[in-house]
Design a protein around this ligand. Structure first.
Ligand code: NAD
Length: 492
């Protein structure tokens, strides 16, 4: 195979985004220290497993990814389009007020910031960040911040809209927002990431705030990054305001004002819902098998908490690799391994498999907890499960949805299934406002009540209108927003 072969496709049929030469140029623009132009790395890319393909110089630190891996992060379908089409689908069933649907089909504010950051090697890199505020009819804008190379304005628009639906379904007094930085954190040192996060927070200025727009972790962001955001934001307000602003960000470390149970909240919410689904269907979770895509915050906690039910994790896919052990994989042991090794690749107590085998693995439950558009017409055909519990946002595209319905695979849709994170974020926000500190039992008890209530609203709506659960979840959310708009009217 030629080095610059643009025609090579990965298993998803995607082609590389740049030739070797272009990519090298981009790479050098990063200005990594210790790199000499012309030095080439020859070896196996641990992400796409191609040898000697692009010849990108190996960085001194961090993880090397080849051009084909980058191609994997390119989106195949436009998530925003899917999100709006889903709104239309709910509108067709219930005939919501047209004007209100037109409002909900648009975002309220969209902010794109470009800002410079001086890297460790002394070179300055320009970065691009986004914050999209979709709707605040029910309360302050609320939504996570994602660091990923595929981040763009459409993705953030879509995710901010999904946040509005999510807070509406769960009866939380928040609206929807989302933010993102278009970068791969593995390309940067810890100090560089801290500078980038702080500079981005500064660039957002008073477009965020504890009673206006509240941030939280998402893909590739974590409590430490939330603490940097908090510290930067607090540095920009007057000293006598600082203690009143802790709730500008949720998902903070406990010591910095975080809540008990926030770290596991999204996974915990998924497991509460799987338990509820099992109860409703007379399905015994003891001995049931499950597979998980994505073993980060959401996927690993969902996997670990499922263990308590006596269920068996048999396959896991993440960005580094795919593993299978039909006898069972201990999720706690795997989490320790991932912490030390950065991913599931080479986990010694399971065998490596490929993406297709992963999707073909027969199990009772599949938890997608990675990125969007993973369950397509093609991969949905491969699935041999009873339930898909969507931990990720937008993991199923519309064609994939159709196949799941035809195959009568039950679905707990993302805007319900992964709402545990924003529910406990709401608890954190309340605790900060009231200077309270709730214990874990209280957090878990309240989370279970809120998320199961939301499940019942969606289930009852699906039965009432005889629609699929994703449409039902949208009907619940839009009904709540419609009521608020009808009560308040439209200014002026
Ligand atoms: P994370 O960064 O902690 O983990 C992401 C995981 O996905 C990693 O294991 C990564 O290796 C894997 N991954 C990335 N690209 C992949 C690919 N192409 N194929 C297979 N695996 C891949 O992120 P997270 O916070 O766990 O978020 C995961 C999903 O859950 C996202 O869709 C996010 O929007 C959604 N979500 C997160 C939260 C939260 O509280 N963190 C709340 C609601 C929804």
């Amino acid at each position: 195979m030629k080095k610059n072969d643009r025609s090579r496709k990965n298993s998803e049929g995607l082609t590389p985004v740049a030739t070797t030469k272009e990519w090298k140029l981009l790479y050098f623009q990063h200005g990594r220290p210790g790199l000499e132009e012309g030095s080439e790395f020859r070896g196996l890319c641990r992400y796409c497993e191609l040898r000697d393909i692009c010849g990108i110089p190996k960085p001194e630190s961090g993880v090397w990814r080849c051009v084909y891996y980058r191609a994997l992060t390119r989106k195949k379908t436009n998530l925003y389009e899917n999100v709006i089409n889903q709104l239309r689908k709910a509108e067709d069933v219930v005939h919501f007020d047209r004007d209100i649907c037109r409002i909900l089909a648009e975002t309220t504010n969209e902010l794109i910031v470009h800002f410079p950051v001086k890297m460790d090697g002394g070179m300055v890199e320009m970065l691009t960040g986004y914050r999209v505020q979709h709707n605040n009819a029910l309360g302050p804008f609320k939504g996570g911040l994602r660091f990923h190379p595929s981040v763009d304005i459409d993705e953030i628009r879509a995710l901010s809209t999904l946040m509005t639906w999510k807070t509406a379904i769960t009866n939380i007094p928040f609206g929807g927002a989302k933010g993102g930085l278009q970068l791969d954190p593995a390309d940067y040192s810890n100090q560089e990431l801290e500078k980038i996060t702080r500079r981005f927070t500064f660039a957002l200025g008073n477009n965020i705030g504890p009673e206006y727009d509240i941030l939280a972790p998402d893909v590739n962001t974590n409590p430490k990054i939330m603490a940097w955001i908090l510290d930067t934001f607090l540095s920009t307000v007057t000293p006598n305001e600082r203690n009143r602003c802790l709730h500008v960000v949720t998902g903070k470390p406990i010591e910095a004002g975080g809540s008990q149970g926030r770290y596991k909240a999204t996974g915990q919410g998924i497991v509460f819902l799987i338990e509820k689904w099992a109860k409703d269907h007379g399905f015994n979770l003891k001995g049931a098998t499950y597979t998980v895509q994505g073993f980060g915050n959401v996927g690993s906690w969902a996997a670990r908490l499922m263990k308590k039910n006596g269920s068996k994790l048999i396959a896991v896919e993440d960005v580094t690799g795919v593993i299978l052990n039909k006898e069972g994989i201990d999720p706690d042991d795997l989490a320790d391994y991932v912490k030390d090794h950065g991913g599931v690749l080479d986990y010694p107590k399971a065998k490596p498999i490929d993406h297709e085998t992963f999707f073909n693995t027969k199990a009772d439950i599949f938890i997608p907890a990675a990125l969007e558009n993973q369950i397509t017409a093609e991969t949905a055909e491969m699935l041999n499960v009873k339930l898909v519990a969507e931990g990720a946002n937008g993991p199923t595209d519309p064609e994939g949805d159709k196949v799941l319905q035809r195959k009568k695979i039950d679905l707990i849709p993302d805007i319900l299934c992964n709402s545990g994170g924003v529910i406990v974020s709401y608890f954190e926000w309340l605790q900060n406002k009231r200077s309270e500190f709730w214990d874990l039992d209280e957090v878990d008890y309240k989370l279970q009540k809120m998320i199961v209530d939301a499940y019942e609203r969606v289930r009852d709506t699906a039965e009432k209108y005889k629609v699929d659960w994703r449409t039902a979840a949208h009907i619940v959310a839009i009904s709540r927003l419609e009521k608020v708009y009808k009560e308040r009217g439209i200014f002026p």
